[in-house]
Design a protein around this ligand. Structure first.
Ligand code: ADP
Length: 373
């Protein structure tokens, strides 16, 4: 049953409205002044307020302002009852947050119809708010759970890696190409898991704004060489060549080296993942002074490509384009999302150009802070 609060200093009007609404199965509370109305709103949580404007003490405008000021009653519909017909009075009412006006003397049917219309809106709003609160709770729960799982996963996976290293060192006598191959496979998969765990942790740090970039001057050449080294084995296993094209005399780059390495290796690994045996890749860095001075990195491949309709979604968390058989899906769709956040944390932008079956080009920029000042 909907609850209506009637506020009027005229007891007869209050009584009259009470009878009319009770006859239509509403629960009605009536008060005679603004102060009591503000209190009743908080105590009784009505679904709608019918508020007289001209009242001694706190008038309808001030009462409405107080009701709308409170976060708990911000969206409570307030219909002002007025004998005044001048537009400026209505403007004043709208300014303090009134939702509608009904002129005295009221027409029964119109009054009921308007009240019902606002109650419908209020009920939709309440449902929306309930879902939003529920969603917020679930989101918090999911974040806690992710943190817990990620935290608990990191140590066992790192320990598997460490144990394998020790095993390889201590039991050289047991090593043969087949065993080495198995160990390399386990280590590769452990590294995939560790990268994934790091991406999840980093993304939540960036979202919580607790990520701190440790910027320092980096030699672009050295950076690129160390990234290429990290993907060398996987590239040669797929017989993929990676060309390196750097501008001559590139200035040093001021950025967080660890993050930059992770962005580049993430993009290189993706290209390797989505390019067939014998394909080609190219990693280029160009320094430009157009608009603002910046470094433009590009990772290009001759791989599977991405359909136009997916291009702006691939940087979203957990987004993956459906794969046809033959392409392993080792990730979970977090790599590019991490790249975007880390590039943006440096003040840069990231984007992709691609066509299905015609390869992809992933670009990202890092501002040249030394040049730009
Ligand atoms: P994943 O873990 O699935 O690789 P990413 O966030 O790194 O997640 O990438 C999201 C999606 O973008 C991938 O699932 C893939 O469909 C597409 N993608 C990324 N890089 C490439 C690429 N070089 N070639 C083709 N598709 C790519």
């Amino acid at each position: 049953m909907s609850k209506i609060l009637v506020v009027d200093d005229d007891e007869d009007i209050c009584e009259n409205l009470k009878i009319r609404f009770q006859a239509n199965k509403f629960d009605v509370i009536a008060v005679n002044n603004g102060k009591d109305a503000v209190q009743a709103v908080l105590k009784e949580m009505p679904d709608l307020v019918l508020l007289d404007i001209m009242m001694p003490g706190m008038d309808g405008y001030e009462t409405c302002k107080q009701i709308k000021k409170n976060t708990a009653s911000r969206f409570l519909p307030v219909i002002m009852l007025t004998a005044l017909r001048r537009p400026e009075e209505k403007v004043k009412g709208l300014k303090v947050g009134a939702d509608d006006f009904i002129s005295k003397p009221f027409d029964d049917k119109e009054l009921l119809a308007r009240v019902n219309a606002f109650l419908r809106i209020k009920s939709l709003h309440d449902k929306l708010d309930e879902s939003y609160q529920e969603l917020k709770k679930l989101e918090a729960l999911k974040d806690n759970l992710t943190e817990l799982i990620v935290h608990d996963l990191r140590s066992p996976v790192s320990s598997i890696m460490a144990t394998l290293e020790i095993f390889q060192g201590k039991h050289k006598d047991l090593m043969n190409p087949q065993v080495e191959n198995f160990i390399a496979k386990i280590k590769r998969n452990c590294q995939v898991q560790i990268n994934l765990i790091n991406d999840i942790l980093e993304i939540s740090r960036i979202e919580e704004k607790t990520l701190k970039l440790e910027k320092r001057d980096i030699s672009v050449n050295t950076l690129i060489d160390s990234c290429m080294l990290q993907v060398e084995t996987s590239a040669s296993q797929k017989n993929i060549t990676i060309e390196k094209k750097l501008d001559d005399n590139l200035p040093s780059l001021c950025a967080d080296e660890t993050y930059l390495q992770r962005i580049i290796t993430n993009l290189l690994n993706n290209s390797l993942k989505y390019t067939e045996h014998g394909g080609k890749m190219c990693l280029s860095v160009h320094h430009t002074k157009e608009e603002k001075s910046r470094f433009v990195f590009c990772i290009e491949d001759t791989g599977l490509g991405i359909a136009k309709e997916h291009l702006n979604k691939i940087f979203d968390r957990y987004f993956q384009v459906d794969r046809t058989a033959g392409y392993s899906r080792r990730g979970v769709g977090l790599g590019l999302s991490f790249c975007r956040m880390a590039v943006e944390a440096h003040g840069g932008t990231i984007w992709a150009e691609s066509e299905k079956r015609k390869g992809s080009r992933f670009y990202f920029t890092i501002p040249d802070v030394q040049y730009n000042g």
